[in-house]
Ligand binder design. Sequence first.
Ligand code: SF4
Ligand code: SF4
Length: 340
Amino acid sequence: MWNAAKCDLCGDCLVKCRYVDYDKDRAVSEIKLLMEGKAADILNSCITCNTCFDNCPTGADPANLIFKMQEKIGTSPLIINAKPMITDRAKRFEEGQADSQVIEGDPDKPALSFDGFEFKQFPEGTLESGLFKGLTVVRGGEYMSLVGMVHMGGESFAGRFGRQVIEKFADLGKEIVYLHNEGYVLAHVKAKELGIPVPFKYYHLFEYLRDYLKKNQKDISLLNKKVAYQPNCAVSWIREQDIWLDEVFDLIGAEHVSRQYDGLNALCCSGPAIGVNKDLAVDMQTKNVQDALDAGAEALVTICPICDAVMRRATSKAGLPKIFITDLCRMGLGEIPWPA
Ligand code: SF4
Ligand code: SF4
């Protein structure tokens, strides 16, 4: 969450932004405008990649300032594009519309949250996989992670509706496994910032997968494949997830290749940019895929349904298999084959 007291106006956040070409003076003047609650050029150029969260040396969270101001000023093409969707979603929350699905599982097992996504946005067979056998499954608007709404001018959503969502999960009376890491961010990061109590135990998908694989090690046949990893924008809020992911990779024999666009230097999948700047989006996708190929990867592993959909065309064009993380684990467990 933006903390003006931590900002020393160094300008690093916007000097390092890939999507503008600001020198230090320009960067500082942009941040000052935003701190004064005024419009600034960066609001229209920012593609909401969240990288400046990591690029701020003091932890002031400039990305959050930019997202707040994008929502307030409303001139960003991204925000204009998403306005009807955001307005509709806010209305549904305000009116308490029930638009979710619950598939009951074993009483003593956790619930698996698919966030606000449709089941079909995850790989075929996910629900039937042994990975999630017996888990209660939930999805839909009332279980939305909300934090991703920053890509659409909805920075305020976590504050306005986060309590409703957390209470909905609490009503399940279960431990929660978040299949999409943004759900974990709402429970683990945003709820704390907003003072929302989280009265249940919750797990990141990678923690769950790691523990499942450890328990079922006898069923694993090591893949012995080199993979590149496409992080999503929520990774900035939970850097510890990269450690859990590497544990998952190790357990199934996937070698995480070192590449240029990895870790703090990751390149956004381009999802937020597609609707407003197609050339930029295609360029980002192409760079990401080429980088994975240059590093010797035999597949690109995705962890977010949006990244997964966005990277489909570029990976397919380059002949690089794209594998969602749960499918990669299913391959290690022999449930499905490595792509031909
Ligand atoms: S969120 Fe990304 S695009 Fe926006 S200003 Fe920060 S680094 Fe630049
Ligand atoms: S938000 Fe952080 S990186 Fe940006 S000017 Fe302030 S201290 Fe520097």
